[in-house]
Design a protein around this ligand. Structure first.
Ligand code: F6P
Length: 327
């Protein structure tokens, strides 16, 4: 199948992630190296439906490696969820004789790719680009490392003011369904506790832990909260804690979309380059309907359906370690 591929289109979809540009650059340059015609689709599936498809040349992806965001822009598309939307997208691709697709995004984007490839029998390749790191079949997703670095830098600054005022801060990081960013931010910033969607921590247990800290002369504390907890985000949790525990003056900081922007870390640039390169070489070798990921530092291909449906949870040993180191 791979030998028949002559024209590939690449797009970014869902939430942007630092490193997406580096992945686009790698896709374009690897495809050009193999004498393929490479096209860029603007605004994800929305642009595919609207026919916003442009030819990309190697020089057009120069000077983007270090930039956050995505030069192709991105979107979350409701229309692509409908058969009519996907039919319109297919017709746009056929107008440019596109043989294969590379989609850079997260699980929602991959669900679209998987359905589309089955409906229209077109080979697709997913490249994991999301700050959430919640995809099975890769140890890291593009953008995750940068997002954690941004959150740790913010937490360090909050620590200074928390220390000066002897306050308790609840710091909310992104992750609607996933606690990777929160857990690694907590470890990296030396927080007192972390609340993640995967392990439900009761408010009473959190208060007990904070009281122990007071007994050990902790004058201030930072608690990292993933936005998607069963008890709610940082604002709700701070309120619940404050109702039963008034030892500290409590403050809340929501880091929010700051985590999605900024220049990608060197780790994300290298990861994105390897996965963009691997995506094209994989398609040419006959890999289709898979995600190109990195497991144990080796590029590998996982069926899209597994990348979407199989669950990758934060490491239990890391969760235990974070608790012990916060003593
Ligand atoms: O999936 C990436 C992510 O940044 C999540 O962590 C967050 O919950 C969501 O996107 C926010 O999406 P939006 O920018 O569309 O509000």
């Amino acid at each position: 199948m791979g030998a028949n591929i002559k024209r590939i289109a690449v797009f970014t979809s869902g939430g942007d992630a630092p490193g997406m540009n580096a992945a686009i650059r790698a896709v374009v340059r690897t495809a050009t190296y193999h004498n393929l015609h490479i096209y860029g689709i603007r605004k994800g599936y929305e642009g595919m439906i609207n026919g916003e498809i442009v030819r990309l040349e190697t020089r057009m992806v120069g000077n983007i490696m270090h930039r956050g965001g995505t030069m192709l822009k991105t979107a979350r598309s409701e229309r692509f969820r409908t058969p009519e939307g996907r039919q319109a997208a297919y017709e746009s691709l056929m107008a440019h004789d596109i043989d294969a697709l590379v989609g850079i995004g997260g699980d929602g984007s991959f669900t679209g790719l998987e359905i589309f490839s089955k409906e229209f029998n077109i080979p697709v390749m997913g490249v994991p680009g999301t700050i959430d790191n919640d995809l099975y079949g890769t140890d890291h997703t593009i953008g995750y490392d940068t997002a954690v670095n941004t959150a740790v830098e913010a937490a360090d600054k909050i620590r200074d003011t928390a220390d000066s005022h002897d306050r308790l801060f609840f710091v909310e990081v992104m992750g609607r369904h996933s606690g990777f960013i929160a857990l690694n931010t907590a470890i990296g910033s030396g927080a007192s506790s972390v609340l993640i969607p995967e392990t439900h921590l009761e408010i009473d247990a959190l208060i007990k832990m904070l009281k122990k800290g007071v007994k050990r002369n902790k004058l201030f504390s930072l608690v990292i909260v993933a936005e998607g907890n069963a008890n709610g985000g940082a604002t709700e949790i701070a309120k619940l804690v404050n109702e039963k525990f008034d030892h500290y003056d409590i403050k809340v900081t929501i880091i929010g979309h700051l985590q999605r922007g900024g220049s990608p870390s060197s780790f994300d640039r290298v990861l994105a380059s390897r996965l963009g390169f691997g995506a094209i070489e994989g398609l040419l070798a006959g890999e289709a309907n898979v995600m190109c990921g990195l497991v144990n530092n080796k590029v590998c291909y996982t069926p899209l359906i597994d990348a979407i449906n199989k669950k990758k949870d934060p490491d239990q040993d890391l969760i235990r370690m974070a608790e012990i180191l916060a003593l």
